[in-house]
Design a protein around this ligand. Structure first.
Ligand code: PMP
Length: 364
């Protein structure tokens, strides 16, 4: 019976999907969780009480507001977005990346990304059988501009994704280089500002200057990873086409109410982001002092670092034994040999991580 089903699955499902692996998310229960760029702070009880009272107003027998009109208006106000820029919301920015790629999914279209970068660009392109060109960064993780320009000339990409700051390296590429890229390509450039709250700079103003630029944000890193709310901005000509691919009710009623509620209290999340920015510098300084560890400055809420012997795989496993979960990047890209990425947690979590890391590095 099982083999009969599998024969049928093999016949019907695309070979690319059959050959793919599911995106692995480590089981974090019981761990000090520093692997996924989450904000480590929960809301005060008073805010939680107010929020739960808001949720009681929801009538879940009805479909949500399909276009999230009210929420988009509130987001525009809270974050000072230009009212002349069109916006669609996604169930996380992951969904917006998927929508962009679905729209471009036609013969010979190429997706280009300076790498290492956020894995979802590559993963979703490969699921859709789009040709993907990863252009290696320099060894210090800066953009190799001449390699990018050469690849653009040769491959004529339909879209270039630029995470700004970049994940997992934490740096922001030079703005002048990005402008050269925008000018050099005839395709779209998607600037992914997922870590905007920690970099505190934006290319949003370029949307009016460069018609081939789209800009993406998410509320995940600011403190709402569980909510799943991404935003995509750009000229209405682009956004109205992409909106056709958005499932009509992709932002559920409870999510719309929750997001509306919390952006009225946006000061709380902004304070938390300020604490994280401060603690990032403390963590960076302490991590840089661990013997043999190489660190890279970050404008995001995580830090990339390279470990000496016994190497990233061993350090990762030893940290797991000591209840600390971070991200192991060994094997994910040639430039990331023996690299790991740690999310900035609370000061206590950061100290615990550092002391356990020191013990592992010293013992080996
Ligand atoms: N862009 C970048 C650069 C990211 O690092 C991530 C998540 N790690 C995302 C997008 C996806 O964020 P979301 O939670 O909004 O799907």
């Amino acid at each position: 019976m099982v083999s009969m089903i599998y024969d049928c699955v093999k016949k019907i499902i695309k070979p690319t999907i059959l050959a793919a692996k599911s995106y692995h998310i480590a089981d974090a229960s019981g761990f000090v969780k520093l692997d996924a760029m989450e904000n480590p702070y929960v809301w005060p009880e008073k805010i939680k009480d107010e929020w739960s009272r808001c949720l009681l107003q929801a009538d879940l027998n009805r479909y949500p507001d399909a276009k999230s009109y009210e929420l988009r208006r509130e987001l525009t106000q809270a974050f000072n977005f230009s009212e002349n820029t069109s916006m669609i919301l996604g169930n996380g920015s992951d969904e917006l990346i998927q929508i962009i790629l679905m729209a471009l999914n036609k013969n010979n279209n190429v997706v280009m990304v300076p790498e290492p970068s956020f894995v979802m660009y590559r993963l979703l392109s490969s699921m859709m059988e789009l040709e993907f060109v990863g252009v290696p960064l320099n060894k210090d993780f800066s953009l190799d501009l001449s390699a990018m320009l050469e690849s653009i000339e040769k491959k004529k990409p339909a879209v270039i994704f630029i995470a700004w700051p970049n994940n997992p390296t934490g740096n922001s590429f030079l703005e002048e280089s990005l402008i050269e890229i925008i000018n050099a390509t005839t395709g779209l450039v998607v600037i992914d500002e997922a870590y905007h709250s920690f970099a505190q700079k934006s290319m949003m103003s370029y949307l009016h200057k460069y018609p081939n630029v789209l800009l993406m944000r998410t509320l995940s890193k600011l403190g709402l990873a569980g909510l799943r709310l991404g935003m995509l901005f750009g000229a209405s000509e682009w956004i109205s086409e992409l909106d056709k691919l958005r499932l009509p009710y992709n932002i559920g009623t409870l999510n719309q109410i929750s997001a509306s509620f919390i952006i009225k209290n946006i000061g709380l999340l902004e304070q938390q982001a300020a604490c994280i920015r401060h603690d990032r510098e403390v963590l960076f300084n302490n991590l840089s002092e661990v013997v043999g560890v190489e660190t890279w400055r970050s404008e995001a809420n995580f830090i990339l670092f390279r470990v000496p012997n016994p190497g990233a795989d061993k350090v990762y496993k030893e940290l797991i034994k000591k209840n600390i979960l971070i991200k192991n990047l060994q094997g994910s890209h040639p430039l990331l040999e023996n690299c790991l990425r740690v999310t900035v947690g609370t000061p206590e979590e950061n100290k615990l991580f550092l002391s356990r890391l020191r013990n592992i590095v010293i013992a080996s």
